[in-house]
Each structure stands twice: as structure tokens, then as C-alpha cells.
Design a binder for this molecule. Sequence first.
Ligand code: ADP
Length: 881
Amino acid sequence: MHYLRKELYQLIKSDESIFDFIQESSLDGLWYWDLENPEELWMNVKFWRTLGYDSAGMAHKTKAWEQLIFQEDLQAAKKDFQNLLTNPSFPYHREMRYRHKDGSTIWISCRAFAIRDGKGKSIRVVGAHINLTELKRKEQLLVETNRVARVGAWELDLVHNKLYWSEVTKEIHEVSPDYIPDLEEGINFYKEGESRQIITECVEKAISEGVGYDVELQIVTHKNKTIWVRAIGQPEVYEGACRRIYGVFQDIEKQKQAEIKLTESEEQFRQTFEHAVSGIAVVGLSGALLRVNNSFCQIFGYSRKELLTMNFQDLSSKEGLKESLKKLGELKRGEREVYYNERKYIHKKGHYVWVSISVSRVVDALGKIIHFVAQYSDITQRFLATQKLKQREKEVQQIFDNAVVGMALVNDKGKWIRVNDSLCNFLGYSKKELLNMSFAEVTHPDYLKETYHHLEKLVTGEVTVFHQEVCFIHKNGRLVYAIVGVSRITNENGELLHYVAQYADISAQKRAVGKLRQERTFLQTLIDNLPVNVYIKDLASRKTLVNQMELKHLGVATAEEILGKEESQLYPPESAKISREEDLFVFNTGQPILNRETLNIKIDGTQTWFLTSKIPLVNQEGEIDSLLGISYDVTKFKEAEEKMRKYSILETKSKEMEQFSYIVSHDLREPLATMKGYLNLLVEEFLNQMPADAQEILQLSAEGAHRMDELIHGLLDYSRLSQVKALVELDCNQLLEQVLADLSATIVKNKVIFEIAPLPTLLGFVVEMKQLFQNLINNAIKFRKRTISPIIEISSQKIKAGWQFKIKDNGIGIQESEKERIFQIFQRLNKDYEGTGIGLANCKKIVEKHGGDIWVESVLGEGSTFYFTILTKGLGKTVHG
Ligand code: ADP
């Protein structure tokens, strides 16, 4: 025995601490069992601690141990004890499992040793524990890992010519767990051909040269599946000979497939990358261009070689770089998966290129960013087109907004979707209000039907645009007018998007036209009611406008019958010629003809005297293009003038006559008075002395002288009527009373019956009025019928300018043909009646002196009615006869 060992024994025997140190530090538990009292079992502190218990207070009983050991392992342990007790050489060494206080499994390697008495009977057993738990866990983990990684182990024992396969190796070969392989079979699992050849060579080389191998080959499994495996062999050489080869065997089918796929996809990626239409670049984290494709080179104008020495920042314009870096940062930090942008870059030649980019990250298996992949599309053309479009849109918008005319976009429902300021002003609504309305709401109902009709045509494509005069209702209720032009806006398929409408405000024109029409109507009314003929003639002397008087003159009902007709169609040639010459004078000289007396003869021969003016009319260019004719019908005046002319001759004659009568009657009175005196003397003094013949002659002479005296008186009265006298207020009733009183003898004698109505009071010449009544009443009595009593009616009636009197008798009457003549001086119808024929002439003169007239209505044999009027109302106080 080694002396140190001997010494250690001694020490252990003599010093407990040495034993304690050994049992504490080298073991995970120690127990000591009393077989004579088998329920007694002592377990040291480490035993308990290993199982998670504090030894103090733990019962040192077999029962306690039995409860801690896994029940599955208890029987096997007991069986081993049994063997140990009967067979001293039995090596008690067993792995067993205990339940830790925390419930986990504790793997223990237990060795036990039986202590026997002098008779060889086992009386005690001492046991030692080593905690295998950690080891076991690792082993388990390895097995599991290998299983998951499909890594098996194998060993070729060349000494005993045995092949060992681990469980996983068998699984890989798809053989049963109890399969026992041999070298030849093992080799034959490799796929015939290249794989089998390589493995054979590898094994031979390992054996002969001691060279290990690591190869990827294909095997055909027991279930006839071809899979990729990785075979690693490591020879163990001892004394120049290879004793064994051991190694690993791994199923790498999945990885291989993945690898193949990867290669394929990598190829695909390469192809895609290279031939992509858009530029693609792999960009390093620093921004370096790691890989670029053709399209990328084309976009930026650099060669691939140049680009691979550049950073993406080198291509960026300053403006966009900041944002790009910011977004890259976000991408790096994982705040976004991908970023899109559209911005300008700089081409090699210095100009800008507009590019749309999308950048995404490429990460490794651990999620770490390796690099970025950026795709670039050249959108310069599109960008420029868009820019242009935007510019155009802006321009259109400006035109729209600032247009003087109202403009609007209207959708297919008639709603306004865009309106400009002019339209708002026109309709009086704000933009906001209008955009909530439809055009129909502000259109006058009378115009809507036509608008819808037009819109329908627009929708069907029958027309592409329409114009309509429309009346709208302004917000303040006033009516406003516009010429509206509407066209439609369609998409590329020709489908209606909306309408575009323009509104030209014509309210002012409308008002002006209205006013003009009004003025025209006024003018037409005015000229129609003028008591003159008005017309306008064009340069060919055709009438273009005429008034009512002219129509009446030409005897037509409507202007259409005259307008546009030549002079020759309306007047006989001579008249037409004169008129045309006048017109030409006006047109050619520009001078008007004013108040020229013209005789117009119509085709029917009617003659009309006109006072005509023809005035040239000048158009806007200052040229004479027509004339205004005004003709005043003076035919009546002409006739009156003629009458007047005749009348004045008459008057002169009558004046001379009056003068003559006066002189004659006045001068005749003296000799007549002398004659009458001498004749009366003769009658009184000498009548009885004369012979009968002479008496008769004397009588007749005296009567003749008397009649002559009456005549002279009458004449004197008649001529006196012309003298100036004063108008006084006369009560005709009183006047008549005096007249009747003067005539009372005659009235009584003739049994005259009067029927007198109340008469008016008026202005008149007293002597003359009395004479007037006296003459008329006297005549009514004088020209009575012999057979009946005279009845005389006297009455009056108010007329417009004065009074009309009526004196009616039932006398002999007057022949129709004589009704005018009796008012002339010395005109007598009936020589059977006494008279001078001056009475009615006087009456006429008196009535005319009072502004009136006298006439008679009569039926011969049935009586006469004399009428006279007194119109002194408008006369001055004095009148000259
Ligand atoms: P005189 O009576 O002196 O003859 P007048 O001038 O008074 O003259 O009348 C003219 C004529 O008118 C009369 O002669 C008579 O023939 C007729 N005459 C006048 N008055 C009447 C009358 N009332 N009825 C019928 N004849 C009348």
C-alpha cells in the first residue's frame, strides 16, 4: 500500500474532520443503513441539501428515503440491494431519480457497499451519491438538439469490425431502432454512382491514410427516399493502424433544398435585378452603392463602374437629401418597413431627373439590417407633363376665376360644383350659397323647359354646345338676363362628367331694349295720334314707317299694305313723280323741305292739300339714309280760305249795300214826308171835291206813300243793326212779355194761343233781341191758316256754347226749296200777305251779331218752326257787327 494512502486511512480513523471534508466535498450525499434494524437509515447533510432539504429535523428512516426516490426506480434499487447482500462482489452502481423539494427531477448515481460481520452476513450498507442532474440535462439537450438538427453519430470499430449507429443515424436511414448495420450495408445506403463512390474513397482513405473527411452526399433510405446527408469521419490511428473511425451523420436534405432554392431564387433575383425596367440599387448602410442594374445606370447617366464607387447621396439634389436621410434613418430604426418618395436627382450631365423611389431593408436571420434595396423609376416625363398640366390647370383656374362673364361647372344633377365671382355677383349669392344650390332654383320657371330640352340634346350628343337666353331670379328678387352657353365635359370614354356654362349678363341690354321698345311704342303712339301724316322713306322712296293718319289717308288698315312699296304703286304717275323729285332733292342736297304746300292726288282721284315737310335722316356713319316726312292735311283750311275769300267779297258788297240803303232811306225820308204831307192834305181838304176816279188815284197814292214810308223805315232799321252797341244781361221772359204787350192788339184780334216755356237770362243787345222775337212772332201770326186759330209755342234749351230758341207755329208752312231764300233781304214768298221781305234778313243779322245761327224746319201747309241760337257767352262786352 502506498504510504500516503496508509497515512490517509490512519488520518481518517484518527481525525473525523478529514472524513467530514471528504464526505462533504467529494460527494453529493452519503447514507448508512442498518440492515439489522432496516427501518433505520442515516443520511448526511449533503444528501438532504442535494434534494433541497435542510437536514435538521429530517427523519433518518428508510421510509423517508423511499418517499423521495422515484417509485419507478425504487424496485430496481431494492432488487440491486438484494443482489448486493447475497453477493459481496455485486457492483452496486445505479442511476436513480429523486424528487427535489421543488418538484424537479434529480438524477443520482448511487454506489453502495455492504459491510458484513465475521460470519459474512451483511449488517450495514454504506452508499454514496453523485448528482448527475446537470450532466443528464446536458446529455438530454444534446440528444434533443441532435434529433432536431438531424445529427446522428456513428462509429466503425475496425478492431472488432463492428459498425455502430446512433438512434438519429438510424432514423435518418429510416431503419428500425434495433437495426444492426455493417460496413458494407452502410456503404450501400449511399446513392449509387457519385455518392457511393466518394464515400468508399473517403472511408478507404481514412483507413489507409488516416485522413478525415466531411462530405455532402446522397443516400437512398430504407424507405427508398433519396436525401442529402453530411457525413463526417474522423479516423483514430494507433500505432500506425487505424483502429476506428467515428463521426457524425447529418440529414441536410432541408438545408440542401433550401440552398438549391436559394441558388435558384438568387438567379432569379439576378435576372430580375439586371433586366428590370426600373433602376435597382443595393445600398449599403453608409449609402454606398453596392450593386446597380442597367436601368439604374441609364437613369443617372453613369457607368456601372462609376456608380459602384459612389454614394447615393452623390446623386441627390440638395433639397431632397435631407428628407431622404431622415426616412432612411426611420427605415434603419425599423420605424417603417419601406419608404416611397418622388424627388429630383442629378444626372451625370448636370440636369435634374425626376425619380420615384421605393426603399426597403434587407435583414439577416437575426433581423439585423444588412443593406437597403432601392428602386428608381424615371418619372421626368410624367413629372414634366404633370407640371405642364398643373400649370394649365392653374391658368384655366385663373381664367375661370377672373372671367368677366359668369362661369360654372354643373354636375349631371344640375348642381353647381364650381362657380366664379362674376356669376356670384350676377345672381347676388355667395359662392357657398350657390354651391349648395342647383341652377334650376335660380332660373325663371318659364325658361326651364327650354333649358332641359337643350340639356337632353347635349346628353345624347346631338349637339356639343347650346346657347340660350335665360331669365334668372337674383337673390333680391329682381329679374336678370343672360345669354347662357353650355357645353359638356366628358371623360376619355365619352361619358358625361359635368357641364361647363358661361353666363353673359345682358340685363342692361334687355333693359335698354325694353326702354327702346317702350320709347318706340311711345313714339309710335305719339305719331299715331298726331293729327298729321308721318312717315319715313328710304333712299328708294319706299316707306319704312307710317302712322295711323297716313294709313287712314291711304285707306288701308295695316302698315304692311304700304311698307316697302314704290311711290308708283300708291300714287298716279304725275303725283309719284313730283313726290320722288322732292325726296331726291332732300337726299341729294341734305336740305329739308319745310312746310311746302303740296297737292296730293291718290289713285282714286281724291285730292288732298298738304303742308309737307321732308327732313333728311342721317345714320351713325353720318350718311343720309332716309327722310322723315310730315304732311299736314290743310284741305279744310284751303276750302275755308276759299270761303273766306268769297265771304269777304260778299261782305264788302253787303256793306256797300247797307251804306247805300242808309243813305237812300235817310235821304228819301224828307221828300217822302213832304209827299205824304201833301197827299194827306189833299185827302183831308180836297177828297170830297174830286171826281170819283181822282179820289181813287189819290187814295192809292196815299197808300203807296205809306208803304214806301214803311219800307224806308225797315231799311233804316236793317242798316242800323251794323252799329256798335252794348251787351247787357237780359231776362228773356221779361223781354217776351214786353213784345207780347206791344203786339196785344194783333194777338187779341187773331185769337192767338201761346204756349211759352220759361226762358233764360243771357247777355244780349236789348233792342235787337226784342226786334228778333217781335219779327218771328209777328210772322207766325201773319202767316196763319185762315181756318184755324194760331197756336204759337216758344221754348228754349241749353246748348254747349249758349242757348237755342224755338218758335213753332201751325201756319201755312214753307216749301222746302225756299227755306234758305227767306232769310235774304226783300225775299217774300207770298204776295197775298203784307210785308217788306226785310224781317227775316234782320233776324239773321241780329242772330249772327249774337254769334248764333237761324234756320227753319217746315212742312208746307202744316206750320213752321224757327230755331235760333244765341252764343254770347264767349263774346266780349262789345261786338262789332
Ligand atoms: P215779310 O214778312 O215782310 O214778307 P219776312 O222777311 O218777314 O218778310 O218774311 C219773308 C217771307 O217769308 C214772307 O213773305 C213769307 O212768305 C215767309 N214767311 C215768314 N215767316 C213765315 C211763317 N211764319 N210762315 C209762313 N211763311 C213765312
